[in-house]
Ligand binder design. Structure first.
Ligand code: DX5
Ligand code: ZN
Length: 227
C-alpha cells in the first residue's frame, strides 16, 4: 500500500519545511501535481522547483503531469529527479510514444484517467504501465469532493490486473480522506494520493497512520484471510 501526500495542498511559501513534514510522516511517496493552465485551469510549479526539492527528501517523487504537451516536459522532470511520471489517457494517439519515452528515461510509467473519460481507453496500455491513476475529481484544484461515479473504474482496473496477471498500482487522486480511502480500498485501490486530508492536519504522521489503518481494514485481500 502506498500513501502519497500531494504537495499541492502544502504552503508554497515554505516548501522545504513542507517536504520535511512528509519526510517525517511515514508516508511512502511525495505526489507532485504539475498543471499547465491549459490541460487544467490552474498552474502549479515546474521542474526547477522539483529539482530544488529533490535533495531534501529520499521519498519516491511521483510526478503527475496535467499538461497538454508533456512531450516537452518528460526529460526536464526526469532530470529534476522524478521517480515516476504520469500522463493522461486523454492525450489519445500520442500515448504509445509518450509511455515509451518515459520508460526510456529510466523512470516508472503512470497513466491517468479523468472522471468523464471511459476506463476502456486505458486497456491498450495496461502492460506498459506501473501505475494506473483513477482521477476521483476533475483535476485542477485540491480540496474538491470525491466523485463516487469513479468507483466502478477502480473495480475494473482491479479486475483487469487479475485477469491479465499484471502488477500496476491502482492509484486514486482527489477528495481522498479517511472515509473515501476506505471505499477506494474496498474497490481495489492500493495507492492513495491525499492533499487536504494529510497536509491539512497539524500532525501529518498521525494522519498517515490513521489512513493506513483504514486502508488495511478495508483491503479485500486481508478480509479474505480473516475469514
Ligand atoms: C487534483 C490533483 C490532486 C490534488 C488532490 O487536481 O491531481 O493531486 O492535489 O487534492 P485533495 O486531496 O485535496 O483532493
Ligand atoms: Zn495529482
Amino acid at each position: 500500500m502506498i500513501i502519497a501526500p500531494s504537495l499541492l495542498a502544502s504552503n508554497f511559501g515554505r516548501l522545504a519545511k513542507e517536504v520535511d513534514r512528509v519526510n517525517r510522516s511515514g508516508a511512502d511517496w511525495l505526489h507532485l501535481d504539475i498543471m499547465d493552465g491549459h490541460f487544467v485551469p490552474n498552474i502549479s510549479f515546474g521542474p526547477a522547483v522539483v529539482a530544488e526539492l529533490r535533495p531534501l527528501s529520499k521519498k519516491f517523487f511521483d510526478v503527475h503531469l496535467m499538461c497538454s504537451k508533456p512531450e516537452i516536459l518528460l526529460e526536464p522532470f526526469a532530470k529534476a529527479g522524478a521517480n515516476q511520471i504520469t500522463v493522461h489517457v486523454e492525450l489519445g494517439e500520442r500515448l504509445p510514444q509518450l509511455l515509451w519515452k518515459i520508460k526510456s528515461l529510466g523512470v516508472k510509467v503512470g497513466l491517468a484517467v479523468n472522471p468523464p473519460t471511459a476506463i476502456a481507453q486505458m486497456q491498450p496500455h495496461l502492460d506498459k504501465i506501473d501505475t494506473l491513476l483513477v482521477m476521483t475529481v476533475n483535476p485542477g484544484f485540491g480540496g474538491q469532493p470525491f466523485i463516487y461515479e469513479t468507483l466502478p473504474k477502480i473495480q475494473q482496473a482491479a479486475a483487469w490486473r487479475v485477469e491479465k496477471n499484471l502488477r500496476y498500482h491502482i492509484q486514486v487522486d482527489g477528495g481522498i480522506n479517511n472515509k473515501t480511502a476506505g471505499e477506494c480500498a474496498r474497490a481495489g485501490a492500493d495507492d492513495f494520493v491525499a492533499g487536504t486530508a494529510l497536509f491539512g492536519k497539524p500532525n501529518m504522521k498521525a494522519a498517515v497512520i490513521k489512513m493506513r489503518r483504514i486502508v488495511m481494514d478495508n483491503d479485500p485481500a486481508l478480509a479474505d484471510l480473516a475469514v
